[in-house]
Design a protein around this ligand. Structure first.
Ligand code: DQA
Length: 149
């Protein structure tokens, strides 16, 4: 049961970046918490963050070769711009949950549209860092064959 957590541009700055919006936890804190949760759930977890669109596309392609069963992705600003990341998910047919720390629907109009949401299995917005852990619990239930509806 392999899960890949992908974070897009500027999410390496968590903790110092607009803390009023994104909180004070760092990406390292987040990854530690998710690793602990994954351990208790018996899920194998891997992490990748990049500020480069092509690197994220390449990592999604690699995920298929690696046998990743599910991706949890916060695409950052690429959410609102990237046909390439959308096509990468369509190309590898790996299900994914889209996570946003902030409630993008309360923010600038250009953040209201996502190139990924309509092909995502689900979307979690506005629950802060908790969104990732909730997504991981969902993925675990889903991959364990539990009813998720
Ligand atoms: C974000 C929301 C995006 O609009 C923004 O560009 C980000 C972070 C979030 O997690 O709330 O970088 O994806």
């Amino acid at each position: 049961m392999k899960v890949l957590v992908l974070n897009g541009p500027n999410l390496n700055l968590l903790g110092m970046r607009e803390p009023g919006i994104y909180g004070s936890g760092t990406l390292a804190d987040l990854q530690r918490e998710l690793r602990d949760l994954a351990g208790s759930l018996g899920v194998e977890i891997d992490f990748f963050q990049s500020n480069h669109e092509g690197a994220i596309v390449d990592r999604i392609h690699q995920a298929r070769a690696d046998g990743v069963a599910f991706v949890i992705i916060n695409p950052g600003a690429f959410t609102h711009t990237s046909v390439a990341i959308r096509d990468a998910f369509s190309g590898v047919s790996i299900p994914f949950v889209e996570v946003h720390i902030s409630n993008v629907h309360k923010r600038d109009a250009f953040r209201h549209h996502s190139y990924l949401s309509d092909i995502a299995e689900g979307v979690i917005v506005g629950l802060g860092m908790h969104g990732y852990g909730l997504a991981l619990r969902y993925v675990h239930a889903r991959l364990s064959g539990a009813s998720t509806r």
